[in-house]
Ligand binder design. Structure first.
Ligand SMILES: [Zn+2]
Length: 201
């Protein structure tokens, strides 16, 4: 990304993404009353979250309102071609930036069949770790116009939604990661070489 897009990003005054240790990341987020789905407060939080997705410094696939300091039940996700380039498991389907208010997630798979995969989080910068997730979920909530929906989601997007939904419960990936799987981004190549040289995980 060029200097212009970085400058443009700073001028938009994006909110700070809170890091692990901030108390808001540890409390349960409040559902938004249906009458307030279209309120100016809700719209403002959504517009602040939108700015974070425009960051030229990170490839963001998901975000929750508590991460920018609001304990409200709002999550957002986006899967674009850049994310597809970085994460081989993303799949071919692009997903436009989508906001969901008061999401509810029901895991449809048995815990024994959960799929382990590395995950990162904007609130735990520079690290990633293995989290096992249900490959299929039932997902419901309200869209930005206050329309209720319910659908079945699977694969990578189901993982992203579970991650963001966890944020609304005050749960971070380090709480549910596979023991000893936490690694700093600067060691990813070293780690892959260590494993491919025949060392066990
Ligand atoms: Zn996160």
């Amino acid at each position: 990304m060029g200097l212009i897009s970085k400058l443009r990003y700073f001028i938009s005054k994006p909110p700070k993404v809170l890091s692990v240790g901030h108390p808001i990341l540890r409390i349960k987020s409040k559902d938004i009353p249906v009458s307030e789905v279209n309120s100016s407060k809700t719209k403002e939080v959504i517009s602040q979250m939108k700015k974070v997705f425009q960051s030229p410094f990170a490839e963001i696939v998901g975000l929750s309102a508590p991460q920018i300091g609001h304990n409200l039940s709002i999550i957002a996700y986006q899967i674009n071609s850049k994310a597809q380039e970085y994460v081989p498991t993303v799949g071919k389907k692009e997903v436009p930036l989508t906001f969901v208010i008061n999401p509810k997630v029901t895991l449809l798979d048995d815990e024994k069949t959960f799929i382990p995969s590395y995950e990162a989080c904007e609130s735990i910068p520079q690290y990633n770790c293995v989290v096992s997730r249900s490959n299929n979920i039932r997902f419901e909530g309200f869209d930005v116009n206050g329309n209720k929906f319910e659908k079945h989601v699977s694969g990578y997007l189901a993982r992203v939604i579970q991650h963001e939904f966890d944020h609304l419960q005050g749960i971070l990936i380090t709480d549910c990661m596979e023991k000893k799987s936490l690694r700093h981004n600067k060691y990813i190549d070293e780690y892959e070489m260590y494993i491919s040289a025949g060392h066990k995980k």
